[in-house]
Design a protein around this ligand. Structure first.
Ligand SMILES: Cc1ncc(COP(=O)(O)O)c(C=O)c1O
Length: 401
């Protein structure tokens, strides 16, 4: 050994390195302790996670197939059924963000060559169209201006023309702020033998939504908005009609990870006695999701809808008093002319430790977006945002003159 070491000493390499097989050294940056900044998360998501949900996520890890975990998953299922107002047995949380649930819905409901119709009034309809195209669907879209709605007649006509198997609509269009009416659209879809898929990532818990009564066949959401849980889990539910289509496919879905046949078993929705390992569920994220659904159940869905509406009205009043113009929604403010929206959001982040955001997709450069979701939906938060905006308009204006 001595000989080997002294031989190494003679090499041009540094003494310590010569004894190690690694070529990449431990990064210096990881030697620093990380502390997340404390911020008011008043953009369109993620929202602040209250201590009770953070604490749930910090509980010790158990196995993803342990009976206690299966019980937590069953609690999550009941919580989602409540939040979605559905009796659907096929109700689960996907391990992933809102996009994962979006792909889960489209990948399972559509086979290559089948038709999909998407309603585009912001970016989410465009993304749904892209996902469907990627799996070889025939995709058509109905398009309206950002901030616009679709009438039942327009939807009826487009369904008659394109004969899709799936129609996609966003309930809360977070890029423009529109809450789209849903009543009656399910019936129109079913008349055309088409499934009705709705995105409620930005609206669930914040605006009235009744999956069963409104005839929605597939509904999905996300954890990081009104639920105030960390990003990374996404509720999704399939109606009986959707299950008929999903479980009678000729081809397997393109994604193994998102295959509802596997997920239905893992979540105990397929009636089979044995639960088979599919993937290692994000255990801590499920703890947090369960806690967030427990808080929603304790507070009451209708109370949550009412609070979000009242706080939005209070916010609107304050914004109008400041002379700011609103799009026809709760959270989207027309960017005040003469100001650079980026300067406003940066100023507010720097001086108020508070996140609001600019536009997305078609609304880039035109709007400021404020999300007051879950625990953030309070008059105190509104006052904080109004104060920050008032301050920013004063400061940013001065710097321009
Ligand atoms: C309406 C809507 N749909 C889908 C998504 C995608 O969710 P995620 O970012 O969690 O993938 C978002 C996220 O902001 C959203 O607002």
């Amino acid at each position: 050994i001595k000989e080997t070491i002294s031989a190494h000493h003679k090499t041009k390499h540094h003494k310590n390195r010569s004894m190690s097989s690694i070529t990449v050294q431990p990064p210096k940056c990881l030697q620093k302790t990380f502390v997340a900044p404390r911020r008011h998360m008043f953009g369109p998501g993620p929202s602040n996670v209250p201590p009770r949900i953070l604490a749930a996520g910090a509980e010790p890890i158990i196995g993803h197939m342990h009976p206690e975990m299966l019980e937590i998953m069953s609690d999550i299922k009941s919580g989602i059924q409540y939040a979605f107002q559905t009796q659907n047995n096929m109700t689960i949380a996907v391990s992933g963000t809102g996009h994962t649930a979006m792909e889960c819905a489209i990948f399972n409901a559509v086979e290559p060559g089948e038709g999909v119709l998407t309603a585009v009034n912001g970016i989410w309809g465009e993304r749904a169209a892209e996902m469907a195209e990627r799996i070889g669907a025939r995709v058509n879209s109905i398009v309206t201006t950002a901030g616009g709605y679709f009438t039942s007649e327009e939807i009826d006509r487009a369904l008659a023309k394109h004969k899709p198997v799936l129609f996609f609509l966003t309930h809360g269009e977070s890029s423009t702020g529109v809450v789209h009416p849903l009543d009656g659209i399910g019936d129109i879809c079913h008349k055309h033998n088409c499934l009705f898929l709705v995105d409620c990532v930005a609206s669930m818990g914040g605006a009235p939504l009744h999956m069963d009564k409104q005839g929605i066949d597939i509904l999905y959401s996300g954890s990081q908005k009104v639920l105030n849980a960390p990003p990374g889990t996404a509720p999704i539910s399939f109606s009986e009609r959707a299950c008929q289509k999903v479980f009678n496919r000729k081809t397997k879905p393109v994604s193994f990870f998102l295959d509802m046949t596997w997920l239905a078993n893992y979540w105990g929705c397929d009636g089979k006695p044995a639960r088979i390992y599919h993937h290692t569920a994000p255990v801590s994220a499920f703890y947090s999701l369960r806690e967030s659904l427990a808080i929603l159940a304790e507070q009451g869905l209708e109370n949550s809808w009412r609070r979000h509406k009242e706080v939005a009205e209070y916010f609107h009043e304050g914004l109008e008093n400041m002379g700011l113009k609103l799009l026809p929604t709760v959270t989207t403010i027309v960017a005040p002319p003469g100001y650079d929206w980026k300067e406003i959001t940066s100023y507010i982040m720097k001086n108020h430790n508070l996140e609001i955001s600019g536009g997305l997709g078609p609304s880039v450069g035109q709007v400021l977006r404020v999300g007051l979701m879950g625990g953030n939906s309070s008059k105190a938060s509104v006052d904080m945002v109004l104060e920050a905006l008032r301050d920013a308009l004063r400061y940013c204006h001065k710097s321009k003159v």
